[in-house]
Design a protein around this ligand. Structure first.
Ligand SMILES: *Cc1c(COP(=O)(O)O)cnc(C)c1O
Length: 459
């Protein structure tokens, strides 16, 4: 099209009202929540960018599919539609539905991993890492060193450092590496994509050592779009064709359908190894359900099958990546440092660079997330020292690797004017950045402290 504006490729069919708590109500809510945005009630939030997981809007075809859902306990029509869609896109023959991505991870790892094993990945997502570690194994992140330079515009910052992969295999030994994973896009690393060239290299290394290769495929469609738009020689291919090649390079995949399944719940585990799949199905029956529903309703299977197709629509992907980049441009123009180039699903603000006067021990990223909420009711999530730091026995804080605030964009949910509003809130906060003060941690749980920690203003 000759026009500059990339419009939403949909009309709005059903609306969900937004609540507008005023400044005093927001202050009261934040104090009650102990300065932890996870403790807010959703109706205290104006624009919710906490996560893109399961928070998107479904299409008319998905809702229609839900009405066709076949709730038969065994052999439901909806399962076969789901299985055939997943197999057609991925080329993987064994398809096991699960209620979320982490259930697929738990079943795969419990079946394939032994204590003392090492699982290489570009960057493990937090549930993936936790499920590897729960089996007594080590989750090792081998992302390319290009990812560390937040300001550089390197196009594939999700790539695995294949030299470090070779080194890890040599050091640990093939027998202690049950599988290699790549997360597409690399969520914890800023939603950055992995190139086809990198996947092929990882495939070659896995073949040399006869190691299975799995994708954590949650945002496979966004990754395919980045390959199309950034990788040499890929511009003329359809996202679906690229996605199918991505999956042809692996032996299996775990998937959260709450991301590029465009659904509010669901996931799957898929692979080619029928014997491994049988062992996984037996575990599935134990904890999730019969293999033709895997803890989902028949109507969920319909919504996911339809959603997987819609996620690969080029008009959708163009709009999706553009709407994230549009927010990133606004933030960038406000002088707020971000991870560049923007990823597919979120913009990551660099709070350490924006608030250099707040010591790491006073959680600058948490302080920034709270300021965005107080200013305009915008909820992001801290990915900094609250999430990844820890407190030693003597009370000193070991900071996490970064101080980021992630603004995740739910799929097909907010319009351009909502994002313009978020930009204005960010600019207002940036203008008085030097007045913001840090937070003191007053309560933490023994693990995953970010969900329930409580704070008070340090000043
Ligand atoms: C969300 C996510 C998961 C886990 O999926 P859930 O559906 O939340 O259980 C795993 N890996 C990545 C990269 C994710 O983004």
């Amino acid at each position: 099209m000759p026009y500059r504006t990339i419009i939403e490729p949909f009309r709005i069919h059903t609306v969900e009202p937004i609540d507008f708590p005023d400044a005093a109500q927001r202050r009261g809510a934040l104090e009650r929540a102990g300065y932890n945005l996870f403790e807010l009630h959703a109706d205290e939030v104006i624009i919710d960018l906490l996560t893109d997981s399961g928070t998107g809007a479904m299409s008319t075809a998905q809702w229609a599919g839900m009405m066709r859902g076949d709730e038969s306990y065994a052999g439901s029509r909806s399962f076969y539609r789901f299985r055939d869609t997943v197999s057609a896109i991925t080329g993987l023959s064994q398809v096991i539905p699960t209620h979320q991505g982490r259930a697929a991870e738990r079943i795969l790892f419990q079946t394939a991993i032994e204590p003392g094993d090492v699982v290489p990945n570009n960057t493990h997502f937090d549930t993936t890492r936790a499920n590897v570690e729960f089996q007594g194994a080590e989750a090792r992140d081998l992302v390319t060193s290009e990812a560390k330079d937040h300001g550089s515009s390197y196009p594939f910052k999700g790539n695995m450092d294949t030299e470090r992969l070779r080194h890890t295999i040599a050091e640990v030994g093939r027998d202690r590496i049950p599988l290699v994973m790549l997360t597409v896009t690399n969520n914890s690393g800023g939603g950055q994509p992995v190139s086809l060239a990198n996947m092929r290299e990882v495939r070659t290394i896995c073949d040399e050592h006869d190691i299975p290769f799995f994708l954590d495929a949650c945002r496979f469609a966004e990754n395919a779009w980045f390959i199309k738009s950034r990788e040499e020689g890929q511009a003329d291919r359809s996202p679906r064709d690229i996605a199918t090649e991505m999956f042809s390079l692996v032996d299996g995949a775990t998937m959260s359908a709450k991301k590029d399944g465009m659904s509010n719940i669901g996931g799957f585990l898929a692979m080619n190894d029928a014997r491994l799949a049988e062992a996984c199905r037996n575990l599935l029956i134990l904890t999730e359900g019969f293999p033709t529903y895997g803890g989902l309703a028949g109507y969920d299977l319909e919504a996911v099958a339809q959603g997987l197709e819609e996620a690969l629509d080029p008009e959708y992907l163009r709009y999706r990546t553009r709407s994230t980049a549009y927010l990133a441009d606004k933030v960038d123009r406000a002088g707020i440092p971000i991870i560049k180039p923007p990823g597919g699903h979120a913009v990551y603000l660099d709070a350490a660079a924006m608030l250099p006067h707040i010591p790491r021990s006073q959680f600058p990223a948490q302080a920034l997330a709270c300021a965005l909420y107080l200013e305009g009711g915008v909820r992001g999530v801290e990915i900094g020292s609250v999430m990844f730091g820890k407190r030693l026995e003597d009370g000193t804080e070991v900071p996490g690797p970064n101080e980021l605030v992630r603004l995740a964009v739910p799929r097909r949910t907010y319009t351009q004017s909502h994002i313009d509003y978020v930009g204005e809130v960010l600019i207002a906060v940036a203008e008085r950045a030097d007045e913001l003060s840090g937070l003191r941690l007053t309560y933490q749980a023994p693990w995953l402290r970010h969900f329930t920690a409580r704070f008070e203003p340090a000043a």
